[in-house]
Ligand binder design. Structure first.
Ligand code: NAD
Length: 286
């Protein structure tokens, strides 16, 4: 069997097309979506994200404002600025770029973001809504994974899924969203790897999602015949970007598989745009 490659760019474009109509309506209603990003200090990775965010927002007619601060900013100054954005009716979405310097409590800052302006879906309120299966503005990558799984049109009820990686923004919320669809879900992490049990879990996965950040961690031969494989990992190897799954072997066993790049990434960006639009709608009660 050779897997169908899930085209993340195509899925993202379809979502963006639908959003364009909603953006036009919001503009007519006097609530144009406008995303404000906060960046503290100099981080090369974060700079790349900011540039990409600006490009995707502007291509959709969404205003994008970047607020840069020195890494010496105090926690009080940063929290005051977040409150200011919360209160500004022209700002419909807020995104706090990670990482933050060590003296700033990132969780505390995320908690301050108004949940109806939380474009990344990282505030405790929005994370909490994931438990109920009804995220108002959900964590973008977890929502993107669910869109990619949905695109395969497989019946999820009773399926066996394995989520490798248990980060707060990807692994944990994705596992909860799968549970909400009655998928029997196992979550693996570093301790599973250290125990040597990872192959045993992966081999029984009908839906396999991997978000670790280690190239070729998942061997192609472990993939169950006909599995749906969503590879979230981003690794740079000899100037090339690859995922966590040994793609060439895995694609001969899977039924559907996401490429890296071109799989989860573009849909995650589309989810950020969708959250920004949904946030603006929430703020005018539509
Ligand atoms: P993280 O970096 O916070 O945590 C890594 C996870 O992998 C942890 O749960 C850890 O326990 C687990 N792990 C580490 N080694 C392991 C092993 N040997 N066996 C099993 N589990 C192991 O996770 P994150 O922030 O979710 O990021 C994971 C990857 O996904 C990174 O490569 C990141 O760049 C990528 N990512 C991509 C997108 C996207 O839009 N495409 C978005 C977010 C993250």
């Amino acid at each position: 069997m050779s897997a169908e490659i899930i085209d993340g760019k195509k899925i993202a474009n379809e979502i963006k097309e639908r959003l364009k109509e909603e953006i036009d309506i919001l503009k007519k209603k006097g609530k144009p979506p406008s995303l404000s990003a906060i960046q503290v200090g100099e981080n090369p990775g974060s700079k790349v994200y900011v540039k990409a965010q600006r490009k995707s927002c502007e291509s959709m007619g969404i205003e994008y404002n970047l607020h840069q601060f020195s890494e010496n900013i105090t926690q009080k100054e940063l929290s005051d600025f977040i409150q200011k954005l919360n209160q500004d009716p022209r700002v419909t979405g807020i995104i706090l770029q990670m990482p933050l310097p060590g003296h700033i409590n990132a969780r505390e800052m995320q908690r301050l973001i108004d949940p109806t302006k939380d474009a990344e879906g990282v505030s405790p309120t929005n994370m909490g809504m994931v438990v109920y299966g009804k995220p108002l503005l959900g964590p973008c990558t977890a929502m993107a994974i669910m869109e990619l799984v949905k695109s395969t049109k497989i019946d999820l009820y009773g399926k066996e899924a394995v989520m490798v990686g248990h980060s707060d923004i990807v692994g944990k919320p994705t596992a909860l969203l799968l549970l909400d669809k009655f998928v029997t879900t196992s979550v693996c992490h570093i301790a599973t790897g250290e125990r040597g049990s990872l192959p045993d879990y992966v081999k029984k996965a009908e839906i396999l999602i991997v978000a670790v950040g280690k190239a070729n961690l998942i061997k192609g031969e472990w993939i169950k015949e006909g599995a749906v494989v969503i590879d979230v990992g981003i690794n740079r190897i000899e100037g090339k970007i690859v995922g966590d799954v040994e793609f060439d072997v895995a694609k001969e066993r899977a039924s559907y598989i996401t490429p890296v790049p071109g799989g989860v990434g573009p849909v995650t960006t589309a989810m950020l745009l969708r959250n920004t639009v949904e946030a603006a709608k929430l703020q005018i009660g539509s």
